[in-house]
Design a binder for this molecule. Structure first.
Ligand code: MF3
Ligand code: CO
Ligand code: CO
Length: 242
């Protein structure tokens, strides 16, 4: 899973550099798929329950599971890129949200606070703590900024499968839920909205969009639980706990 995380991180860092006005999300998808396959991996989203692409590309008020398309990205938009790959039978899952060119201060703050929410969750992700400790830490930071925490999608266990137990919600109560143990591998993936957390699903039966059409940001990594600080497998070089 460390190797899968290293590959995925290198792929996403490459795709990140492509994000600018005029590029299409299909171009980002093609690049991600090529880099994963060149690295010996398989893009695990492609064909997953019928999902068409190697990345989910979700623009502005799209929350998750956006289909890459041929519409050029425009200055001032934000785009979330979420990608899962398998290497040697092991999965890694990571997402980030980036501005397209110059964006409003409001939306840049949303992206920053979403990443901070992730790190608040990480601070609780250690053996002996519970899933609810992670959710509470994420939720509190988001709501302290007046943002909405998406309820319909959660982090998750991950390993040979993309989605395993336990579910890792971005909300919860301290001291509740499954106890974390060394060796568990999970994702933490806050999806934080500028307005309401309520969503609807588009006609494609996949893409979630905020009901008030306000922007939403997503940030995700795959983590290994240890006795101490977790190891962030899809962020090599973070060296947390190593
Ligand atoms: N990467 C997503 C997650 O964070 C799931 C992708 S769904 C798929 O759980 F259909 F695109 F594969
Ligand atoms: Co993901
Ligand atoms: Co995930």
């Amino acid at each position: 899973m460390r190797a899968a995380g290293r590959l995925l991180h290198s792929v996403l860092e490459d795709v990140r550099t492509m994000i600018k006005p005029g590029v299409t999300t299909l171009e980002l998808d093609a690049r991600a798929e090529k880099l994963i396959r060149d690295g010996g991996g398989i893009p695990s989203s492609k064909g997953y329950e019928g999902f068409p692409s190697s990345i989910c590309a979700s623009v502005d008020s799209e929350v998750v599971h956006g289909f890459p398309n041929d519409v050029p990205l425009k200055e001032g938009q934000i785009v979330s890129v979420d990608c899962t790959c398998i290497l040697n039978g092991w999965q890694s899952d990571s997402a980030f949200t980036a501005p397209v060119g110059t964006c409003s201060k409001d939306v840049l703050r949303l992206i920053k606070v979403t990443e901070e929410c992730f790190w608040k969750g990480v601070s609780q992700a250690k053996a002996g703590n519970r899933i609810g400790d992670i959710g509470w830490a994420v939720q509190k930071h988001a709501e302290d900024h007046g943002y909405g925490v998406i309820r319909d999608f959660c982090g998750h266990g991950i390993g040979r499968e993309m989605h395993e137990d336990p579910s890792v919600p971005n909300y919860g109560k301290p001291g509740r839920g499954v106890r974390l143990q060394p060796g568990m591998t999970i994702t933490i993936e806050p999806m934080i909205a500028m307005g309401t957390w309520k969503i609807f699903i588009k006609d494609n039966d996949w893409t979630a969009v905020t009901r008030d059409n306000k922007p939403c940001s997503h940030y995700e990594h795959t983590l290994l639980i240890t006795e101490g600080e977790p190891e962030i497998l899809s962020l090599p070089g973070a060296a947390v706990g190593r």
